[in-house]
Design a protein around this ligand. Structure first.
Ligand code: ADP
Ligand code: TRP
Length: 321
């Protein structure tokens, strides 16, 4: 079974990225042949600073390896080291109805916000389809917000197969329901673009401040809170603390007597602990960038061999041979 996922190098990775995509992806590396990549081509649709792209790409590589991506199990590479995906994007684009792309939330949201949109942004799901189809992927672990893009990929693959004969494997999204949407400090979906993130790695003081800024209501500590399960700190606690500890805090909050400040302090300690080992590994990796670069290069060579095979199959199917 081929498992595939990608993540854009558009800024420091946060708890939403970790629990929504990276952790499931890392767990799946034992269940099949995993291909994970840094989507630097995709980042070009919204990041226009070359140096930032280089820096972010390296940061994502460090973050992912530190969190447990094992290069002996998974193939890890930069998207742009496999330029074959761009050719496949063209082939797929010719069987993609405009309406399918016009319906995509990610594109519609940007238009609704009045942001400048470019052809790359509109065609983003077609490049993503090429990423998935070019490796004969079966399973795509992503967060809820990417589900539609995997559905578009399926539609495009089915359309191409109908038009030109059986060529592509039809992939499926794998979405963890309990972490489908990790909330940010303001209660909205945690996202770089909302400024409500808690990063996986970073300065302790800055991150403590972010945790302490998680939005609460104005009820007194003594008041019982029957809606304790909806409390943002409790929701995050369930991700980073052992289940019995998280349950205990939820019960204490429900019963009344636990102040929000104390709850958030406890949350910070569990979060900081949760990533202690990863932080240590990250520091080691940061001191050995040649190793990180060699992982990405070797990963690209493996990915590229597979990509060439599938692209050749697609070219033949549509008469480009
Ligand atoms: P952002 O919203 O911060 O820009 P991305 O869109 O780059 O994050 O998402 C990268 C991956 O992380 C995707 O698979 C996405 O579904 C997942 N992800 C991002 N934010 C969250 C979240 N708050 N909860 C769950 N998964 C998330
Ligand atoms: N669009 C994804 C995101 O922003 C990143 C991505 C690009 C991806 N290509 C992919 C994810 C292929 C899964 C499969 O999160």
């Amino acid at each position: 079974m081929r498992i595939l996922s990608g993540i854009q190098p558009s800024g420091a990775l946060h708890l939403g990225n970790y629990f929504g995509m990276m952790k499931p992806a890392i767990e799946l590396q034992d269940r099949g042949e995993a291909f994970y990549f840094i989507a630097d081509y995709h980042s070009m649709t919204s990041l226009f600073d070359a140096e930032a792209r280089r820096r972010n790409t390296l940061e994502v590589a460090l973050d992912f390896l530190a969190c447990g991506l094992d290069p002996n199990k998974a193939v890890f590479f930069r998207q742009s080291d496999v330029p074959e995906v761009c050719e496949l994007t063209w082939l797929l684009g010719t069987v993609t109805p405009m309406g399918l792309l016009e319906r995509c939330h990610s594109y519609k949201d940007k238009v609704a916000k009045g942001l400048p949109v470019n052809l790359g942004l509109f065609a983003y799901p077609v490049l993503m389809a090429a990423d998935i189809l070019i490796y004969d992927s079966n399973l795509v672990p992503v967060g809820q917000d990417q589900k539609q893009h995997v559905e578009v990929t399926r539609d495009i693959a089915i359309k191409f197969n109908q038009q030109y004969g059986q060529t592509f494997v039809i992939p499926e999204a794998e979405i963890r329901e309990n972490v489908a949407k990790v909330p940010g400090t303001d209660g909205e979906k945690m996202s770089k673009s909302y400024g409500n993130t808690i990063e996986i790695f970073g300065d302790e003081k800055v991150l403590r401040k972010k945790v302490m800024s998680i939005k609460m209501d104005s009820r007194t500590p003594e008041e019982p809170k029957p809606d304790a399960d909806r409390n943002l700190a409790i929701q995050l606690m369930k991700l980073v603390a052992p289940p019995d500890v998280a349950r205990e805090y939820e019960e204490r909050l429900r019963a009344g007597g636990l102040g929000y400040g104390d709850l958030k302090k406890a949350l910070f300690e569990h979060y900081w602990n949760y990533f202690a080992e990863a932080r240590r590994r990250r520091a080691e990796l940061a001191a050995n960038l040649d190793f990180v670069e060699s992982v990405l290069r070797q990963g690209a060579a493996k990915a590229r061999a597979k990509a060439r095979e599938v692209l050749q199959r697609a070219r033949r199917a549509c008469g480009l041979d």
